[in-house]
Write a protein that binds this ligand. Structure first.
Ligand code: GLN
Length: 348
């Protein structure tokens, strides 16, 4: 078979110079509050942490991750554990960005909804993943549309106002076969949305999924009329994939959430575009990053163009001197940018 009988020595030099040294050199802090369940520290959370690290390396920022137990953000916690309630809200208030990752089951959901509301109202960058998108939609329905009892049928099966509903992908009778899993296509609805700009795509993106519930398509027109835009949908147009707060008049620096899990495709040197956008916005560097990149142009092709590997990474074309600009607080930013450049060159 032509095997030489011994493995070549692993070349760790690139890893050391491009990843390990770079990680150690990051100085500008970015404080992210992750609203979850401590007890559910599963692989899903580990992928999210890795994706945050990849994005921080690309942005030249040092990650400070604060775990916030969602349950302690709920008003009842004021009675049962006032100290934890106070510290948890302090962590949210101190954060540069708020992230609600994926999850199942209803414990802590109201706390996640309150965190999404805080981020929206206080213009703090928000990234919602899967359940994090569903709670953002419920929050918006309750507090902007005024549908006070809007809910998900996962948490309240009898809710009269379901903003999120069960989505039997295969069959309700087929036990265990009802989870929508794996790589699926998301069709972008506008080339000017943040998601299109971050992915540098004008037509579609492919990301991985893991969910049973979805945004109720019947509520979409009302939500959009009030400024919550569904900028990514599946190929039928019926299933909501990415949501963003309308740029005007909200003036929000970054409020985006996806039904898919962008963290699953994030790699060192190939940060997930949504995570990168979230970290850049949290570090007040998103605008300079976006202005340094070309806006996706409408394609002359009527059929989708095959994505090139280079444009799917989210790091290419990164103008790092621009990123180091606004909002950077110290000379560490410049050092971080230089190192980012080295990382970027190494990964292309
Ligand atoms: N991965 C997730 O966050 C799943 C969200 C939700 N529990 C659903 O099944 O749709």
């Amino acid at each position: 078979m032509g095997l030489s009988g011994h493995a070549d020595k692993l070349d760790m030099h690139g890893w050391k110079t491009q990843i390990a040294d770079r990680w150690d050199s990051l100085k500008d802090p970015v404080k992210i509050a992750m609203i979850g369940k401590y007890t559910a520290l599963s692989d899903a959370y580990l992928s999210v942490i890795k994706a945050l690290q990849h994005a921080c390396m690309a942005a030249g920022m040092k990650l400070q991750l604060d775990w916030v137990e969602a349950q302690y953000l709920e008003p009842e916690a004021k009675e049962t554990d006032a100290a934890k309630y106070e510290t948890s809200w302090q962590q949210v208030r101190a954060a540069d960005g708020v992230l609600v990752p994926g999850g199942f089951g209803n414990r802590g959901v109201e706390g996640k909804i309150l965190a999404a509301q805080y981020a929206r109202e206080h213009k703090v960058p928000y990234l919602g993943i899967c359940l994090g998108m569903q709670v953002a939609v419920i929050e918006f329905a309750r507090n902007v549309l005024g549908v006070k009892d809007a809910d998900s049928t996962e948490f309240n099966p009898g809710t009269p106002n379901p903003a999120v509903v069960f989505m039997p992908e295969i069959s309700t009778k087929h036990m265990g076969g009802t989870m929508r899993l794996g790589g699926r296509r998301t069709v972008l609805q506008s080339i000017s949305c943040l998601t299109a700009k971050l992915y540098q795509k004008e037509q579609y993106i492919d990301e991985r999924h893991r969910h049973r519930y979805e945004v109720n398509p019947e509520m979409v027109p009302q939500l959009e009329a009030a400024g919550l835009m569904f900028v990514g949908k599946d190929e039928t147009g019926e299933r909501m994939e990415v949501v963003e707060l309308q740029e005007n008049p909200s003036g929000h620096p970054f409020y985006a959430a996806a039904q898919f899990h962008p963290e699953f495709k994030s790699r060192p040197g190939r940060a997930s575009p949504l995570f990168l956008g979230f970290i850049l916005a949290s570090g007040k560097r998103l605008n300079s990053y976006l202005t340094s990149r070309a806006t996706p142009q409408p394609s002359p092709h009527s059929t989708p163009v095959k994505p090139s590997p280079a444009t799917s990474l989210g790091l290419e074309g990164l103008n790092l001197s621009a990123i180091g600009g606004s909002g950077s607080s110290s000379s560490g930013a410049a050092a971080g940018s230089g190192a980012s450049q080295a990382l970027f060159k190494g990964s292309s």
